[in-house]
Design a protein around this ligand. Sequence first.
Ligand SMILES: C[S@@+](CC[C@H](N)C(=O)[O-])C[C@H]1O[C@@H](n2cnc3c(N)ncnc32)[C@H](O)[C@@H]1O
Length: 401
Amino acid sequence: MARYFATTAKGIESITAEELKRLGAENIEQSFGGVYFEGANELLYRANLHLRTATRVLMPIREFAAKTPEMLYDQVRRIKWENYLNPQMTFAVDCTIAGSKTLRRTMGAENLPRPRLPGDPEPLRERLNNSRFAALKVKDAIVDQLRQKQGARPNVDAEQPDIQVVAYLHGGRCILSLDSSGVSLHERGYRLRDAGAPLKETLAAAIIELSGWDTATPFIDPMCGSGTLPLEAGLTALKIAPGLFRERFGFFSWPDFDEALWTRVVDEARAKINRRIEAPILGFDQDRDAIATALENSKRAGLTKLVHFEKRGLESLAPVGDKPGTLIVNPPYGVRLGEVEELKSLYTMLGDLFKQRMKGYTAFIFTGNLELAKQVGLRAARRIELFNGPIDCRLLKYDLY
Ligand SMILES: C[S@@+](CC[C@H](N)C(=O)[O-])C[C@H]1O[C@@H](n2cnc3c(N)ncnc32)[C@H](O)[C@@H]1O
C-alpha cells in the first residue's frame, strides 16, 4: 500500500475522485489541484491506464520543512536515493513554488516577482529562475548523495528521464514526489496534429463527465476542431482506457516495476472494450483542415467507423437519431477585441439554433468569455467554473425543453 496524489486541473478534483473510487482506490481525499488516494501497485497501474481526467499520478516520498535552499538540500540528501535511482539511470527534477512571497525570496530571488496571474502571457522569467534554482538544489542533493555512496552519479535527462522527481514548495514546506506517469496523461497518444486551440483531452473528458451524458443517447459537437470532445466521448462509450495508446509511463523505469502485473492490467482493460456504440457520436466543423485533423486523430484512436466527422457549418445543425441527446460545444472565444465583436453573432446563432432545432437536448457551451456567453440569450440551468490552463472558463448548461 502506498499513498498517491493524482493531479488535476482546478475545478475537476471531484470528478477525478469519482473515477478513483470506481477504480477501487482507498482513503480518497480531495485537495487543491488533485486527489490523494491509497492503494497497491496494481491500483497505481490501473490509475495511470484508466484515469480520464487526471494530469499525472505522483507518489509523494517525503514531506518536510524547507524555508531556505539549504534546508531543501539537506532534507533531499537524507532520502535513500538508492531505493529509486542508480548511476546508470537518468533523472530530472521539476519544481513548483506556490504561494508565499517569502519562500520565493529565500529560495534565491533577488528581485521578488509577483506570482503568475491568469492572463499573464508567459511565466515570469524571475519566477522560473526561482523554481529552477530550487530544482537545482534538489538535483545537487541527489547527485552528491549517490556520488558519495556509490562513487558515480546518474545523469540528468530533461526530455525522457527514467525517474522524474517533482518538488512542490508551499508555505515553507516541500512535498517531494516521484512522477509515475512521465509525460502528462492528457497525451493519450492518439493525437498527431492539433487544429486551432484544442482542449486538453483530460479537460474534455471532465466536461463530458460533468455533462452527465449516458452514452446511450446521441452526442454532438458542432464546432469540434481537432475532435477532442467526440473522440473522448467515443473512448468513454467504448470503455477504452485512455492510456492504452501510450507507449510509456514513468513507472516503467521504477526499480519495483512488475511487468507481469502491468501486462495483466492491460489485458484486463482490453477485455472490457465494447465493440459497438449505442448511439451516434458526431463532430462537425466548418474548417476543412480541422476535420482532416479530427479524422486523422480518429483513425489513430481506432474510432473511424464509430465516430462521425464531417465538414459542416453551424447553420446546418440538426438533431440525429431517434432520441434527444447531449450537445457540447467549445466555440472560439476570441482574444482581440475585434475578434470578440465578430463572435457575438456566432453565440447568438448558437442560442437561436438550440431553441429552434434542438428541443429535448441538453446543451453545454464551454467558453472562456462570459460576455460572449451572454449573447446566447438563454438562461443557463447550471454554470460550472473550470480552468483551461490559466483561463477562467465556464461550462454552461442549457435544458432545451
Ligand atoms: C475553440 S475551437 C474548438 C476546439 C476543439 N474543442 C478541439 O479540442 O480541438 C473552435 C472551432 O469552431 C470552429 N468554428 C467557428 N465558427 C464555426 C461555424 N460557424 N460553424 C462551424 N464551426 C465553426 C472553428 O473552425 C474551430 O475549429
